[in-house]
Ligand binder design. Structure first.
Ligand SMILES: Cc1ncc(COP(=O)(O)O)c(C=O)c1O
Length: 354
């Protein structure tokens, strides 16, 4: 059944092993991030097989699916007040940045007779989650340490995801400075100094991550074989872990510019088309309900994606050396957003190869 995403398990494992071997050598543990592939069990199994330090996901539903796996579960997104009970039930650790949430976690953990681990997040400039102000941070730490039922296991930061800020040595130095301040203020040693995601990886390659950093939360490198500060392929890593295949349902020569007075399209946009004369236009049976079109890159580099609607992608195949026909399958590389969307769409079949 098409559209389908072909998931290459051995490529994924190559990436997991490569990153793990490298980070093991410098004392950095990994929380394997499963959200981009909706905690697909075949892929998560590879995290387990390779003995990562934990599985991290932003969705409690995914952690729930994985409750029987023998790895620590980490809730990546700051918990909602409305999911506190499930957070304590299904996550061993959560990332946090609000005193009110820490308090609810404490009450719930006592109720469930558990100790829930927390990592307190620092915003070092990317401007998504975390304490931006140091006084606020220490106010939260004072409270978190006093709360029963929760244990402050570490501090962390997240960069690049929102503000596209590239992690630098100074960000890492700030984390370490905070670690030392915590040690002297509370006399506790932190288990995790969690220095970010796939965008921090390049610092490990350059030997510029301070020794005291001991954890990264990695998803994208495993899924696409690239680090995310510069989009550079990680040496030895595999791309095309996920490949989208879609079927051509119409192939006709038509003009390149719509004919008639133009209003707005189904998504409220007014598209602009360049007049390239008559072109060979292939319609594939895949659309925005299946995939983030901006994340698609045809394997056939002579194909141009000229537009899409909910159920269709329209391709200009005029310049291609391949003589396409109706029923043919077109393959696409997927960027991160493409993987996220095809794995989330129930209309895209998932096929696994070794
Ligand atoms: C808090 C947090 N940490 C880590 C990650 C993993 O990021 P990446 O997939 O770029 O490695 C994400 C995003 O998925 C995240 O939101």
């Amino acid at each position: 059944m098409y559209p389908r995403v072909v998931i290459n398990l051995s490529r994924f494992e190559t990436n997991v092993k490569l990153v793990k071997n490298h980070l093991d050598k410098i004392g950095i543990g990994i929380f394997g991030v499963s959200k981009v592939f909706c905690a697909d069990s075949n892929l998560v199994h590879i995290f387990v097989k390779n003995n990562l330090d934990g599985i991290a996901d932003s969705r409690i539903q995914n952690l729930k699916k994985m409750q029987n796996l023998p790895l620590k579960k980490v809730l990546l997104r700051i918990p909602m007040h409305s999911e506190i009970a499930d957070t304590v039930k299904y996550a061993d650790i959560s990332l946090n940045s609000e005193i009110s949430t820490l308090e609810l976690l404490s009450i719930e953990a006592l109720r469930q007779n558990k100790t829930h681990g927390v990592i307190i997040m620092l915003d070092l400039g990317d401007l998504r989650e975390g304490y931006f102000d140091e006084n606020d941070f220490f106010e939260a730490m004072d409270r978190a340490i006093a709360f029963e039922g929760i244990e402050v296991l570490g501090i962390g930061t997240n960069l690049t995801c929102f503000g596209a800020v590239i992690p630098k040595f100074n960000h890492m130095a700030k984390l370490i400075e905070m670690k030392h301040k915590i040690q002297s203020r509370y006399g506790i040693s932190l288990k995790y100094i969690s220095a970010g995601n796939s965008s921090s990886y390049y610092l490990t390659e350059q030997g510029r991550l301070p020794d005291e950093v001991n954890n990264l939360r990695i998803g994208e490198i495993f899924a696409v074989g690239r680090e995310t500060s510069f989009g550079r392929k990680v040496e030895g890593a595999e791309e095309d872990v996920f490949v989208l295949e879609a079927e051509i349902i119409e192939l006709k020569k038509k003009p390149s510019v719509p004919i008639g007075e133009q209003g707005i399209d189904a998504f409220g946009q007014k598209p602009v088309y360049t007049d390239k004369g008559i072109m060979s236009r292939a319609i594939c049976a895949v659309g925005r309900q299946d995939v983030d079109i901006a994340s698609l890159m045809p394997f056939d580099e002579k194909i141009e994606i000229i537009g899409s609607s909910s159920d269709h992608v329209i391709l200009d195949v005029t310049q291609s050396g391949t003589k396409y026909k109706v029923g043919d399958i077109v393959k696409f590389h997927l960027k991160y957003g493409g993987i996220l969307s095809v794995m989330t769409s129930e209309y895209v079949e998932k096929v696994y190869i070794e």
